[in-house]
Design a protein around this ligand. Structure first.
Ligand SMILES: C[S@@+](CC[C@H](N)C(=O)[O-])C[C@H]1O[C@@H](n2cnc3c(N)ncnc32)[C@H](O)[C@@H]1O
Length: 219
């Protein structure tokens, strides 16, 4: 992967206008992300792929760890996220983050008024030359990125809890380290992500390391 291939991707996937927009650095992810910070710090991957970015709080985090890191984020950023965010108002997770109900309502109405995609990119200000917002769905978007010469060394999966995300990442980028979120999701639903990650690890000979919501695959 070359810097010029990344620059081409950036040019083909322009950011929306974010001037005057309000950024909300709200994450849907769980704890344990310091394991990913450590990989970024120690292994110094130059290129990373994140599948499922939402408002880009995690994306912002990865790029803040290492000023040399460049990231492609895949997400449709569809308007369905507006309704999703509205459902969070009054729920414990959003209330922990924004205890004031007026803030929660403002959050939901800003996402609706500004749109999920511009709101996410407003949260990425300062990273204009290191983040490509790639609008699309995994796994199709992954094949497209491969075709454009994108070669991530580190992958973080935080999308729809699908085995196909891991399978296609490994098929396309066998040397990339695959990691992700949703390890804790959810006890009442039988921890579906754990089953997916364990089955994948067994099939391909990886060890699984997990803390809180975060999992990583290692040789
Ligand atoms: C849990 S959120 C991501 C949270 C984000 N990483 C953070 O820390 O705040 C899941 C996201 O995955 C996106 N998504 C769902 N299915 C996807 C797919 N097949 N490919 C890419 N993104 C997907 C959704 O649009 C949503 O924004």
């Amino acid at each position: 992967m070359t810097d010029s291939a990344f620059e081409k991707l950036l040019a083909e996937n322009p950011w929306p206008e974010t001037k005057g927009l309000i950024a909300w650095d709200y994450t849907l992810g769980g704890y344990g992300r310091d394991m990913i910070d450590t990989i970024i710090r120690d292994k110094k991957p130059r290129f990373m792929l994140e599948i499922g970015c939402f408002l880009c709080s995690s994306s912002r985090r990865w790029l803040s760890v290492d000023p040399e890191l460049k990231l492609v984020g895949v997400d449709p950023w569809s308007d369905h996220l507006i309704e999703q965010v509205q459902r969070y108002v009054g729920r414990p997770k959003l209330t922990r983050e924004y205890p004031n109900m007026e803030d929660q309502k403002r959050f939901a109405s800003d996402v609706e008024r500004q749109g999920p995609f511009p709101t996410a990119l407003a949260n990425m200000r300062g990273f204009e030359d290191r983040f490509v917002p790639y609008r699309g769905l995994s796994p199709d978007a992954l094949y497209e990125l491969k075709g454009k010469g994108f070669e991530p060394e580190l992958i973080y999966i935080d999308a729809n809890k699908q085995a196909v995300d891991l399978d296609v990442c490994h098929e396309l980028w066998p040397n990339a380290q695959i990691t992700g979120d949703d390890w804790h999701w959810s006890r009442s639903k039988g921890f579906p992500m754990r089953d997916i990650v364990y089955a994948f690890a067994e099939k391909h000979g990886f060890n699984v390391k997990a803390e809180h919501a975060t999992w990583i695959l290692e040789r």
